[in-house]
Write a protein that binds this ligand. Structure first.
Ligand code: PXG
Length: 457
């Protein structure tokens, strides 16, 4: 046990007294007690009672190379001794910052050759939101300020991030969205596709983008943003028709396409970036999470040549940045993280081996009475719970249903995420076949439990 943990035996009580948690009902959490996680290795975490869990969610979609990577700790330690901090504001940079920009551009290419660093995905959302407006203004299109996003998308918790996201319950807290942001429907065929085929539905919701552009006026629209696969919204894998149509519409109306790569980036889909999986080239792409595998906070926005050129030639000073933009220690950790992904061939492993294995394992749940669909791309998967397979009917309280199955899994030692009634997988990219079996097996047991205890649902 490390020094910090060993000095406080009553951490639960201290936590209840002083720590306000993100996205939490504090009254309920304090009554139930916080789970203290104090150790991790590989794909496993341990809580303060000594209980071991398989973390099939990679922390929060982020620990792509798994826990316990000494070389990342060493890289951060060495950098901290050499140069713990310097800024990138007034004509300066640090070696790891610049080398990380080069490395990320190499992976994202061919046109995403520039990076603006932030410390998180939310800050990355605020960054590109400002860039797209600055871009159009510099080109003389002063009115091109409106941004179109999607219902049930997630782009972070800052004011711009939460506004761009399409979570109604977030908007209700704080008069969001801010002015200039519009939401169209998501490509969630299972819940919203009715009698349509997934392909027809994919086209229909993509064409809502065209309708919205026409409604707002092409001359007023700056950009469209979407996650290649919606993550927090429930791993919504779009029908095959969706992205090609979005690509066509953005090109036709010359609006900037922003692919939020915060979850899909850095190998999760068996490609370096999600847009590569779907075969399109965004103009901007926020990144975070897998950039450092969560070892230190760092994010950024990948910027295409088209946009960067205008920033260089026309914008002059861009009055935006964070004290810790391109933090050298975080950048050193990120560089080592990417080196590991390359050296161990983790992207290829996801694409050719463990991703297809997870898909097969999830497919084995498809016959279960409680399962509506089981989908995955690479190591990003979802199992949709249904009250009635034939009619795609949902349980009356989807959030409670998902949470109850999740609790079963956690009690059995497997950490998954539930979004409503979708059970989500996003394990470290190093997960083994037997660990996939264990995780999917725990979900199967949870679904059996649900079947036996479904009550009136
Ligand atoms: N974009 C996407 C696509 C994300 O998933 C962010 C931006 C914001 O990143 P930061 O680093 O500011 O959190 C995210 C974050 C969940 C959950 O419950 C998902 C995220 C964050 C917290 C919880 O699934 N994604």
């Amino acid at each position: 046990m490390n020094k910090i943990a060993s000095t406080a035996s009553n951490l639960g009580a201290i936590d209840a007294a002083h720590h306000l948690h993100p996205f939490s009902n504090m009254k309920k959490l304090n009554a139930e007690g916080t789970k203290i996680i104090n150790r991790a290795d590989g794909v496993h975490i341990w809580d303060s009672t000594g209980k071991k869990y398989l973390d099939a969610f990679a922390g929060l979609w982020c620990v792509n190379v798994g826990y316990g990577r000494k070389s990342i700790a060493d890289a951060a330690y060495a950098q901290m001794q050499e140069l713990p901090y310097y800024n990138t504001f007034f004509g300066t940079t640090t070696p790891p910052t610049t080398l990380l920009a080069q490395k990320v551009a190499e992976k994202a290419g061919p046109t995403l050759n520039h990076v603006f660093f932030s410390n998180s995905g939310s800050e990355a959302s605020d960054t590109w939101f400002r860039i797209v407006r600055v871009y159009w203004k510099a080109l003389g299109h002063e009115t091109k300020t409106q941004v179109i996003a999607r219902k049930n998308g997630y782009h972070g918790s800052t004011v711009a991030g939460a506004s761009l996201g399409g979570m109604k319950w977030m908007h209700e807290q704080g008069n969001l969205p801010i002015e200039g942001i519009h939401h169209i429907n998501q490509p969630y065929w299972y819940a919203e596709g009715g009698d349509m085929t997934p392909e027809d539905f994919g086209l229909k919701v993509a064409r809502e983008l065209e309708d919205k552009i026409i409604e707002l006026g092409e001359e007023n629209v700056a950009a469209f943003v979407a996650e290649p696969i919606q993550g927090a919204g429930g791993v919504i894998v779009p029908p095959s028709t969706y992205w090609p149509e979005i690509k066509r519409i953005c090109a036709k109306y010359k609006i900037l396409l922003v692919a939020d790569e915060v979850i899909c980036g850095f190998g999760r889909l068996g490609t370096w970036f999600g847009h590569q999986y779907f075969g399109f080239e965004p103009d901007l792409a926020p990144i975070a999470k897998g950039l450092s595998s969560g070892y230190l906070p760092i994010g950024g926005v990948l910027v295409s040549d088209r946009v960067a050129q205008v920033m260089m030639d026309e914008v002059g000073d861009f009055y935006h940045g964070y004290t810790y933009s391109g933090h050298p220690v975080a950048a050193a950790a990120a560089l080592e993280n990417i080196r590991i992904i390359e050296e161990e061939g983790l992207v290829e492993r996801v694409r050719d081996d463990i991703g297809p294995y997870l898909a097969e394992a999830l497919a084995s749940l498809a016959d279960h009475d409680m399962v509506g669909e089981a989908v995955s791309v690479g190591l990003m998967g979802a199992v949709q719970i249904t009250a009635d397979k034939a009619t795609r009917q949902r349980f009356k309280k989807p959030d409670d249903t998902g949470a109850s199955v999740r609790n079963q899994c956690v009690n059995a030692g497997v950490v998954l995420r539930a979004t409503g009634d979708r059970m989500l997988f996003s394990p470290p990219l190093i997960i083994s076949r037997s660990e996939v079996d264990q995780a999917v097996g725990a979900l199967r047991d949870g679904l059996d439990w649900l079947k036996d205890n479904r009550g009136e649902g």
